[in-house]
Design a protein around this ligand. Sequence first.
Ligand code: NDP
Ligand code: 8X3
Length: 254
Amino acid sequence: MNKTIFITGATSGFGEACARKFAAAGARLILTGRRKDRLDALKHELESLSGAPERVFTLNFDVQDRTAVFAAVASLPSEWQKIDILINNAGLALGRDYFDEASLEDWETMIDTNVKGLLYVSRAVLPLLIPSGDGHIINLGSVAGKEVYEKGNVYCGSKFAVDAISRSMRIDMLRHGIKVTAIHPGAAETEFSKVRFKGDEGQAKKIYEGYTPLSAEDVADAIFYCASLPPHVCINDLVITCKAQADAIYFYKG
Ligand code: NDP
Ligand code: 8X3
């Protein structure tokens, strides 16, 4: 794949799996996240595996920080200033609490990361995506952006926003020839639940008990498929769950 892919949240889960998948196909990668040690290790690994130095460029910033987002993208060297695909993946859930008991700080972090962060990165990257006339934006929504569930309140709200923003972006990007795909996964075993339950491994593990959840690689495969279609074909909206999950609420746990 002779393309440059900009991936947010490449230090773990779907973003990291996408980095491996696209790297294996020969793409050039701009990998971003807050944990610099992980970005450096991944760059080293992918460049050694491919035998192609300068295949990966890393940017270390917090998507919540508008100034940092624009400064990071502006710092890209000229040879990295043409981007073909933006994968807006960085995101998180924090807490799973009743609306009247949830932490306001958690709510703010989810909105600032999942909604405002996605907007900042998209606006910062678009000037580098538009000139190709053939760009692609892939946003990570969730089944939580399709149905709400108990104690999902603001996480669900943030992913409903990603769904609406993706649909709206798709219309506004028509004139630039940019595809917009929203991917809505169900339960996938990554660091997501560990982050949601603030490091409580036991609570995180319980989420995936009694069934086989999606893996990060399953989701990366679907994203790669969407990104590999002919130029005139766009998957607009893709909901992907494991076999044991019907939607955001119904599971069959054996
Ligand atoms: P992980 O926790 O494994 O990875 C999340 C990634 O997001 C990390 O690389 C993290 O990097 C990055 N990130 C989080 N906050 C910030 C921030 N403020 N600034 C920059 N980067 C940030 O989770 P997943 O891979 O599972 O999740 C990826 C996306 O998929 C999220 O948007 C999530 O909501 C969504 N999703 C996940 C599902 C699941 O069940 N796993 C299902 C449906 C959707 P770092 O901490 O280094 O900054
Ligand atoms: C993550 C999936 O079901 O925990 O978006 O909300 S869920």
